[in-house]
Design a protein around this ligand. Structure first.
Ligand SMILES: NC(=O)c1ccc[n+]([C@@H]2O[C@H](COP(=O)([O-])OP(=O)(O)OC[C@H]3O[C@@H](n4cnc5c(N)ncnc54)[C@H](OP(=O)(O)O)[C@@H]3O)[C@@H](O)[C@H]2O)c1
Length: 168
């Protein structure tokens, strides 16, 4: 089984999305971090996140989770019916990234080995949120701070959580 990593950005009120888009202006520092940590890794996403015009994908391969049996995806994306099915298809990978959104994070948090979480230090209206999770189950192994103007329009912190007892 690969290392199961989640990657997300959330506001102070845990918003991650609004009208199937990000609630905030582009944050280049966060984007740079995402590209760096996910480079060469397969990605797993919910169908709604895939439907986002600003969707993210990986050149290494991408899985879309949907309950629609006849859902057709573009080249480079494979349709699966569950998170478990996506993970089985990634069994030979070292690390795989779960990209969200809320519904898929809810399924994946109990299985997560790592959570790469960007905290956007501002409040935003949202219709999707990063689920609360027990931070006592994880160690914070990295924390990077970026102030407004440092390649970001907001103060942000980029945290890496690793599940206690992680041994993959
Ligand atoms: N800030 C961030 O880091 C971040 C990251 C990713 C996404 N987002 C935002 O999050 C929002 C989307 O999140 P969301 O929660 O609405 O949608 P989502 O998690 O992206 O996708 C939900 C869809 O996944 C499928 N699904 C969910 N549970 C399933 C299960 N148990 N088995 C099979 N299929 C299942 C269903 O697809 P079908 O309806 O096709 O059956 C469901 O409609 C957008 O606004 C996006 O911009 C933010």
């Amino acid at each position: 089984m690969p290392i199961i990593s989640l990657i997300a950005a959330m506001s102070k009120n845990r918003a991650i999305g609004l009208h199937n888009a990000l609630p905030w202006k582009p944050i280049p520092a966060d984007w740079d971090n995402l590209k760096k940590v996910t480079n060469g890794k397969k990605m797993i996403m919910g169908r709604k996140s895939y439907d986002n015009p600003h969707r993210i994908w990986s050149d290494a391969g991408n899985y879309i989770i949907t309950r629609q049996p006849d859902y057709e995806a573009e080249e480079g994306f494979e349709v699966v019916s569950s998170l478990e099915e996506a993970l089985e298809k990634c069994a030979d990978q070292k690390e795989v990234f779960v990209l969200g959104g809320e519904e898929i994070f809810r399924l994946a948090i109990p299985m997560a080995d790592k959570i790469y979480l960007t905290l956007v230090h501002a409040f935003f209206e949202g219709d999707t949120f990063f689920p609360t999770f027990d931070e006592n189950d994880f160690d914070t192994i990295e924390r990077k701070e970026f102030k407004i103007g440092e390649n970001t329009p907001y103060d942000i912190s980029i945290l890496t959580y690793q599940r206690k007892g992680f041994d993959k």
